[in-house]
Design a protein around this ligand. Structure first.
Ligand code: UDX
Length: 434
């Protein structure tokens, strides 16, 4: 089957490469000529484990190509995915749909054979209706259907998530379009991955509801962690104790500095906007957004407290900057607020991240980026673990002790063992643990 993927960013590139790997003939399209030129040279625009290899294999097999020319690239495609960005609109948090609508307009002008247009971008309820209207109003008489097919990919694990999904959601009530989508995902169908057919609007809402629910789960355990600190309980035990209840589930109950990334912050805001537009407030999600925002700065204050309440003139080493490990993505990373709080309090900040420093540097020009964890630790009064990269799990703490100036460690991801840290002579603080 020939498939066109419009938008070769994170979602488009991962989805396109995986669909090519299933055996489809895929073209990834992007307006950004330098991005396409680099992809043609085998250079990935993002860091995602396994992606460069997957792209390389499928390009060599002739199943994956790249193009900047939408009109010719979509020729003969039976499914065209829209996978362009939907950033938060400045001012009101609504998803900015201008890129999605621009693609719909172009498709309306250029489709020549019957085609299923699949919205993969995260879009608010009702966007599919608008995409359909735009294509129809372009005057085309070609048969088409507009289908919603949200992605649930986690950065850093996106290829595995695409190939072994918990479920595939397909929003269309048109039978012929369902048939095309079954063909697209046939290899997964054979693997018995549950495929859920719903109305387009239900499918659009499923994506937001899933992300809002996960953001709520994280925020819930984060507030429990705060309470644990006050009452002398251990959030890891609370998490395990509730997570073993099958109705609750153990995942996404890891307390930390608050959620960040390209999805949760933006999608929760967009859901609030939709709820407001339809006069159906989602107060729980409103609270989640507020609590998570204030938590990020609170983590900076936690570091200052660990320094004895005074950060002026102290040097703080940050280990990890990205919003989570195995990505170079700095979008809405808690580190940004932690850094700002520390700088505001007069601290000097030194940081190391295995993949995120290039993206982080322009966002935090006052922070000195160094080439290793140990280089960051040298001369530091406090060491703060912000992102749980594997490389930080097995630090040589004898060496750390010798390099650091102060004995303070603030572990915002509960990676280290409190007893071991104390035995090693550190003044150790973590999240929600005695
Ligand atoms: C998320 C969703 O998981 C994915 O299905 C969706 O399509 C896109 O958004 P992603 O943003 O890549 O994926 O990261 P995820 O692993 O979900 O983590 C999001 C944030 O929550 C990170 O900042 C992470 O550190 C934080 N988190 C996650 C916690 O603080 N605790 C947890 O238990 C889990």
């Amino acid at each position: 089957m020939k498939i066109a993927m419009v938008g070769s960013g994170y979602v488009g590139l991962v989805s396109g490469a995986c669909l090519a790997d299933f055996g489809h003939d895929v073209v990834c399209i992007d307006k950004d000529e330098s991005k396409i030129a680099r992809l043609l040279d085998g250079v990935m625009p993002i860091f995602e484990p396994g992606l460069a290899e997957l792209v390389g294999t499928n390009v060599r097999a002739g199943r994956l190509t790249f193009s900047t020319d939408l009109a010719s690239a979509i020729d003969g495609a039976q499914a065209i995915f829209i996978a362009v960005g939907t950033p938060s609109r400045r001012g009101d948090g609504h998803a900015d749909l201008s890129y999605v609508y621009a693609v719909a307009q172009e498709l309306g002008e250029h489709i020549k054979t019957p085609v299923v247009v699949v919205t993969k971008s995260t879009v608010p309820v009702g966007t599919g209706d608008e995409v359909e209207r735009i294509i129809r109003d372009s005057g085309t008489d070609v048969k088409f259907a507009v289908v919603s097919n949200p992605e649930f990919l986690r950065e850093g694990a996106a290829i595995g998530d695409f190939k072994r999904p918990d479920r595939i959601v397909i929003g269309t009530e048109e039978e012929w379009a369902q048939g095309v989508m079954k063909e697209v995902y046939r290899p997964l169908f054979l693997n018995k991955a549950p495929i859920l057919f719903t109305s387009r609007r239900s499918s659009e809402l499923i994506k937001y509801a899933a992300n809002a629910f996960l953001a709520t789960k994280i925020t819930f355990i984060n507030e429990m962690a705060d309470l644990c600190e006050k009452v002398g309980a251990d959030v890891q035990d609370v998490s395990r104790g509730i997570g073993l209840d099958g109705r609750i589930g153990s995942k996404f109950l890891h307390a930390g500095p608050g959620y960040g990334g390209s999805c949760f912050p933006k999608d929760t805001l967009a859901l609030l906007k939709t709820a407001e537009d339809y006069n159906s407030p989602v107060r729980l999600v409103e609270a989640v957004v507020k609590v998570n925002d204030s938590r990020k700065r609170a983590m900076g204050r936690k570091v200052i407290e660990a320094l004895g309440g005074e950060a002026r003139g102290k040097r703080v080493a940050l280990l990890g900057l990205t919003f989570k490990p195995n990505t170079d993505d700095m979008r809405d990373a808690p580190s940004i607020a932690v850094v700002q709080t520390l700088l505001d309090a007069g601290a000097e900040v030194v940081a190391y991240d295995p993949e995120g420093m290039e993206a982080a540097a322009p966002m935090m020009p006052a922070v000195r980026m160094v080439e290793s964890a140990y280089a960051a630790i040298e001369g530091a009064d406090a060491i703060v673990l912000v992102t749980e990269w594997d490389a930080f799990r097995a630090l040589d703490f004898g060496r750390v002790k010798g390099l650091a100036k102060g004995p303070v460690i603030v572990d915002l991801r509960n990676v280290y063992d409190p007893a071991e840290m104390r035995d090693a002579g550190f003044s150790y603080t973590s999240v929600g643990r005695p």
